[in-house]
Design a protein around this ligand. Structure first.
Ligand SMILES: C[S@@+](CC[C@H](N)C(=O)[O-])C[C@H]1O[C@@H](n2cnc3c(N)ncnc32)[C@H](O)[C@@H]1O
Length: 285
């Protein structure tokens, strides 16, 4: 009887030189004790230190974006992928997008993985809400967060593309075009449940182009008014209910071994979308 074994479609590179891990942990354990750690944090924040150190210590603005982009580039290297896309859903004035662009540039230099940046927004602030409690009318109102398009566009580099329009239309278009490299990191900052639900389709529409693990940041899940029946938390829950083979779960070890973990609450807002079908077909090299 002939037994055919399906070829794995995804070869995962195993981390080399595990012996170095012990020295790394020893150094971290010493450096993480106060007051040494405060002095190190200030130096890392002010000086042009290696980007992995800045990410580990949270010594930069919007460290959650740096941590996510770096994890995506490392995942790309494990998968043998040379270029990725990183996305911010909800751009408004562009403060976050410009930092995402800056972090992408630094991570590209450090890892050799090419990184394209995408910012999705209506360009005219929050759209009409769904009309019930799920879009939190107690917190947001339509038209908030206007964008000054020409001023923002003038500040962005050629690495970044602004995709204007409602994500309900632009996300299916983006996936259908298939022109962007595999998506590796996404920040969701669209405020509304209804908008987040549409944006999440970038992970599941037929023809979607992602790494087998996509690192995610959700901006509005840890407020006193957040709960699982509205907003981004509801969008995540419904995504998982609707998709058998892609599951979004907390990024469980994101905070481990970080010297300032108690001062980085944003890291508790990071998740990973696991593509179970792709993972099923993968093998370590
Ligand atoms: C809180 S602001 C984003 C702030 C930005 N991330 C920053 O760091 O400065 C939310 C943005 O989401 C955008 N937005 C919400 N729903 C949208 C939708 N359905 N399609 C496109 N953009 C949407 C709004 O236009 C608004 O600019």
């Amino acid at each position: 009887m002939n037994v055919s074994v399906a070829e794995p479609t995804l070869l995962i590179r195993r981390e080399k030189r595990p012996g170095r891990r012990f020295l790394r942990h020893l150094f971290k354990a010493i450096a993480m004790e106060p007051p040494l750690r405060d002095a190190i944090w200030i130096l890392l924040y002010l000086l042009p230190a290696p980007i992995r150190w800045k990410a580990l210590w949270g010594a930069t603005k919007m460290a959650q974006y740096l941590v996510g982009v770096l994890a995506a580039a490392d995942q790309a290297s494990r998968e043998g992928v040379e270029a990725i896309s990183v996305i911010e859903f909800g751009v408004a004035s562009g403060e976050g997008l410009r930092l995402l662009e800056k972090h992408a540039e630094a991570v590209e230099k450090a890892t050799g993985v090419r990184i394209a940046v995408y910012g999705f927004d209506t360009g005219s602030g929050l759209p009409a809400p769904i009309g019930d409690y799920r879009d939190h009318p107690d917190v947001w109102q339509p038209g908030e967060f206007q964008m000054d398009y020409s001023s923002l566009a003038a500040k962005l580099t050629s690495r970044t593309r602004l995709v204007l329009g409602n994500v309900k239309t632009t996300v299916p278009q983006f996936v259908a075009e298939g022109a962007a490299p595999r998506v590796g990191f996404i920040s969701f900052d669209l405020d509304f449940y209804s908008s987040t639900r549409e944006a999440l389709k970038v992970l599941s529409l037929p023809g979607k182009h992602t790494l087998s693990r996509v690192f995610l940041y959700f901006d509005d899940i840890n407020n006193y008014w957040s709960h699982s029946y509205a907003g981004e938390r509801l969008a995540i829950r419904e995504f998982n209910e609707a998709n058998e083979s892609i599951k979004i779960d907390r990024w469980f070890d994101v905070n481990l071994w970080r010297p300032f973990q108690e001062q980085q609450p944003r890291l508790r807002q990071m998740f990973i979308a696991h593509d179970l079908e792709a993972i099923k077909k993968s093998r370590v090299q």
